[in-house]
Design a protein around this ligand. Structure first.
Ligand SMILES: [Zn+2]
Length: 152
């Protein structure tokens, strides 16, 4: 087992037996830095910092192989990893032992929820919904024309 990143959605359920998924939904489609996101979290990695040596010694003594980095409350970037899209995730149902594949839905740079959970071994594809300038322009023109109609 290698490293991965995790998503937690308390409302996610097993599509086969309807049991709530207690554990995390994992993905290897990102940087696999053991980051975890809960519903509503900003979709970006946390910054890491070195644990000061004296603090490290206080906490772990002289034990070998102790951690030397820790997560901070700062994010690596102000921009999310993906603004809108779907990240393939998988988990196991602890009630019926089914292997589950699904998507972590990203909306406006935040982890929204787990969607399209299926009891299958077939992995889903990463989906990035690009907002193109053309789409923005279409939206803008639609709004503009509807305002014009509304005018007396
Ligand atoms: Zn189940």
């Amino acid at each position: 087992m290698g490293l991965s990143d995790s998503f937690y959605d308390e409302d996610s359920k097993c599509p086969k037996c309807q049991a709530k998924i207690q554990g995390d939904w994992q993905t290897k489609h990102l940087e696999s830095l053991m980051q975890s996101w809960h519903t509503g979290d900003f979709f970006q990695y946390s910054k890491w910092e070195a644990i000061p040596e004296d603090e490290r010694r206080r906490k772990y003594g002289n034990k070998p192989l102790t951690p030397f980095l820790r997560k901070t409350n700062d994010y690596f970037s102000k921009n999310p990893l993906i603004l809108n899209g779907m990240v393939p995730v998988h988990t196991g149902c602890s009630s019926c032992n089914s292997w589950l594949e699904g998507y972590a839905k990203i909306v406006n740079g935040k982890f929204d929820r787990i969607v399209e959970a299926e009891a299958t071994r077939e992995e889903k594809q990463l989906v990035i919904i690009a907002i193109t300038a053309k789409k923005l322009r279409e939206e803008f023109e639609k709004k503009l024309s509807s305002t014009r109609i509304m005018r007396p």
